[in-house]
Ligand binder design. Structure first.
Ligand code: HEM
Length: 504
């Protein structure tokens, strides 16, 4: 009985797919963009790369052009390899700003209410408005960004081997303070309890949203089958993970509420939102939890890449330090108000965002209407992937794209500067990263302060020979430089005393 029910369900599903394929074949005559030939029904499923998809997508771009079409089990998908074509999508952003529905990670585990997965519409606009109103002007947040960055220097001096952990504490510290008015603690060797809670839920989400792992993502109707059926174990797992998601959203939010009740309110996204208490603040808990999810891994990846770039490019490092020494001097640390007077450091920040693609293929968008772009038909429901990595490493725009070269953006007589990559790194349309100014300010503070007091050098092996790290990125929506060894040394006794004077 159960088996025949399942067979009937599968049959229905497949006949649906065949119907869709026939319908789409009709639409194909309306000039879809070019792309690799697929197989009947499954389409291009077998062509899809399982890791570092940006490399395969870039290869398709070289073969088929800046806009490539594939079909996955009847689901249309477009890959953009060209920033000018991405601009076309940007111009019509009202119809290209929806997100795909993730069954396991989104609907079941509960991330569908966080901004990154929120469907386009009124609620989405409300989240974006609330967040923008809090983040801007970014200068109001300089004191928190600077204080956490100074603590990062102190932690690094104390234990340089743990620099990646310190970067996590740095960005976690900034976001938790801004969002909840909560100061992260580094006294507990097991880590900060709130950060642990959030990282744990985010790690569940990463597992839940790994393509190809959960059948329910392909067959959404499985959600509605009873749990005792074979293969339905995902339902229990989803319930457990959903509890972690709820804790991630509620525990820090309740912390801020209790702070307010006790009369010791620190200004934060949540405390400011609660004071407004309008109907728009109804989603405040989810809006707040969207900030850590969007801002932590991304900025940490960029800062880690900065260290790698310095180890690999000592000349750039020396030039950046010389700028700080001559403009800021050596008696104090650089501050965010020095930004305008440090063009080379700004160029280092910009080059970090190009050289190391934090989100190599961005976050998928979905077309909410049938449309035409560059003479091609884009069916409603098409998933749009922007291969940001390719756009940031296109040798026609950025010659020698794998070199780390901040001079690209520095004007000089008779030289044309290269386009600002930040227009690409932060995505496009109405989904463009809402944390861009916070990311850039945080990166600047970390980079300028670190260069003022530290030298980043190659580590040596047991024979004393220098180890040259390789710049290789991990797969995934957020990509990190693979872990590498380096040595971080204070530049001078004066640097040590500057760091030691930092308040805890
Ligand atoms: C180097 C740092 C960062 C990079 C490179 C980056 C990049 C991106 C990209 C490419 C997207 C997807 C845009 C699209 O869909 O087209 C995105 C979305 C997002 N980012 Fe960032 N980001 C960074 C830092 C931050 C920070 C600091 C925050 C907040 C505190 C943040 C919050 C978000 C959120 C909430 C979204 C989802 C927006 C939406 O779906 O409407 N990001 N970011």
């Amino acid at each position: 009985m159960v088996t025949s029910f399942l067979s009937a369900a599968f049959l229905l599903f497949f006949s649906g797919l065949i119907f869709l394929s026939i319908r789409r074949a009709g639409k194909a005559r309306r000039s879809l963009p070019p792309g690799p030939n697929g197989l009947p029904v499954i389409g291009n499923v077998a062509d899809m790369p399982s890791e570092k998809e940006w490399l395969t997508f870039a290869e398709w771009g070289r073969k088929w052009g800046g806009i490539v079409y594939v079909s996955l089990l009847g689901q249309p998908m477009i890959i953009l390899n060209d920033s000018e074509i991405m601009d076309e999508f940007h111009k019509k952003s009202a119809i290209y700003s929806d997100r795909p529905v993730l069954q396991m990670g989104g609907e079941l585990v509960g991330y569908s209410d966080t901004l990154v997965l929120l469907r386009y519409g009124e609620r989405f606009r409300n989240y974006r408005k609330f967040i923008a109103r809090f983040i801007e002007p970014i200068s109001q947040h300089y004191p928190i960004i600077e204080r956490e960055s100074r603590k990062f220097l102190k932690r690094t001096l104390r234990k340089q081997e743990d620099v990646l952990g310190h970067l996590r504490m740095l960005m976690g510290g900034i976001i938790m303070q801004l969002t909840y008015g909560y100061e992260v603690q580094d006294s507990d060797p097991k880590g900060d309890p709130f950060i642990n809670l959030i990282e744990h839920a985010n790690s569940n989400f990463n597992k839940a949203s790994t393509p190809g792992v959960f059948l329910v993502d392909v067959f959404p109707s499985l959600r509605f089958l009873p749990e005792w059926l074979p293969g339905m174990g995902f339902k229990k797992l989803a319930r457990d993970w959903k509890k972690d998601t709820d804790a991630m959203v509620q525990v820090p939010y309740e912390y801020t509420k209790s702070q307010i009740r006790s009369g010791s309110t620190v200004r934060s996204f949540v405390s400011a939102g609660l004071q407004q208490d309008t109907k728009e603040s109804v989603d405040l808990d989810f809006m707040a939890s969207s900030l850590y999810g969007g801002g932590s891994d991304t900025t940490v990846s960029a800062e880690y890449a900065f260290i790698l770039a310095m180890v690999l490019n000592p000349d750039v490092q020396k030039k950046a330090q010389a700028e700080i020494d001559s403009i800021v001097g050596t008696d104090r640390l650089p501050a965010l108000n020095d930004r305008e007077t440090l063009p080379y450091i700004n160029a280092v920040v910009t080059e970090v965002l190009r050289w190391n693609s934090v989100a190599p293929t961005g976050v998928p968008h979905v077309a909410s209407e049938d449309s035409q772009i560059n003479g091609y038909f884009v069916p409603k429901g098409t998933i749009i992937i922007a291969n940001l990595w390719q756009m940031l490493h296109n040798p026609e725009t950025y010659p020698e794209p794998f070199d780390f070269d901040p001079e690209r953006y520095i004007p000089a007589p008779g030289k044309e500067t290269q386009p600002d990559p930040r227009k690409i790194s932060f995505g496009f349309g109405r989904r463009v990263c809402p944390g861009q100014t916070l990311a850039e300010a945080s990166l600047f503070a970390c980079i300028a302060m670190s260069l003022a007091v530290f030298d980043f050098e190659k580590a040596t092996d047991e024979n004393g020979a220098p180890i040259t790290p390789v710049h290789e990125n991990t797969s995934g929506t957020i990509s990190y430089p693979k872990p590498f060894k380096c040595v971080i040394k204070p530049r001078s006794p004066k640097s040590i005393s500057l760091i030691q004077d930092i308040e805890d």
